[in-house]
Write a protein that binds this ligand. Sequence first.
Ligand code: ATP
Ligand code: MG
Length: 421
Amino acid sequence: METTSSVRGMNDLLPPESAKWAHLERVCRELFARFGYDEVRPPVVEHTELFVRGVGEGSDIVHKEMYTFRDRSDRSLTLRPELTAGLARAYIEHSMSAKEAVTRWWSLGPVFRYEAINTGRYRQFYQIDCEAYGVGEPTLDAEVIAMLHALYTALRVEPITILVNNVGRGEDRGRYREALIAYLTPHADGLCGDCKRRLVTNPLRVLDCKVETCKAIVAGAPSVLDFLGPAASEHFAAVQATLTELGVPFTVAPRLVRGLDYYTGTVFEFTTTAGNLGSQSTIVAGGRYDDMIGELGGPATPAIGFGIGVERTVLCMPGDAATYAPPVGLFIAAHGAAARRRATALAHTLRQAGIVVEVEHREVGMKAQFRRADKLGARLSLALGESELASGEGKLKDMAARAEHPVVLSDLLATIQRLLA
Ligand code: ATP
Ligand code: MG
């Protein structure tokens, strides 16, 4: 019979890789809590209009990457291509600004973009987002970047390069846009097809193009930093001063822009050579989007956030995925039905005390059972048969040292805790 495979660019996450993901999520959860972020989970599907308005019509995402479909009531719906717009929608819909002056949210889940597949570039991928609403001050920008620096340090991802820029807002941005168009227009013939379109719809995005010929042209483009008014310049200087005070290393990257239209002011990216991601080396990106909440119909609210690329981050985390899984503390090999019942009961007690225990429930030979204990990497094993049941005593085997420790079964937990310590 023919079998059905998964959709191209949409992957199954399997063990042992899932242990690495779990570690990343655990570290994020604990770290974000210390910075005051609460978890939210918006739906995966939103009205298409939200992304057209929020992410922007001129963005590649809306232009050519969205999974949009009509439901049975003929509504146009879209699988979210990112998390920020849906979170902003929820922030507005639940009148959060009336409930609290400052809101800090984080969220995690799959997002969908119809892209050319590559290492670290998929069509369903996961993001972990943080968003902070209600604060326009530059110290928050630095705090957010410092939190990510702490995250990647805790994950032992290195080396990390932190790029920061300020893309301006309002009039500053308008003047820069004009200057950029004036610079790029004479070079238009040398730009890729996408950038020829971007030059008209979204010229800042040309700065973000990954095509080599475009990169060469962009290298001579004017710097947005020369177009910032006093307020934006002061803000950017304060972000840098705070980062320095926090001991966070960073590089100012005047040509850094983000692929989404909504950014205003501070933008940043973390890149790394770990994991050999090539042109997919950006593992997290974010910035300010002080106009979005207002533009989506909410009260004018400054905001800043970022999206972590989970697959890319996991590819950069050191060590075999299996080392991230909790090790099996004890394998119980049992011979005979009575021994299996006793083994099941002993394992149950030990597991409730926090020990990872594997029991062989199948009626297979002891040799095969110990082979499986080895394969699982069990630290200790215990053989249970008629004689152990009768005497109430057994031998705990240290699988690596090949040493045996006598144990009284009624005292199993304490002995194991001592041996595993
Ligand atoms: P890129 O320039 O690599 O296309 P982007 O600017 O589109 O990235 P964002 O929309 O800012 O990316 O998303 C945040 C993060 O999500 C990125 O920094 C990256 O780590 C990750 N990411 C983006 N697109 C993909 C994808 N198709 N597959 C896997 N991870 C992705
Ligand atoms: Mg992209």
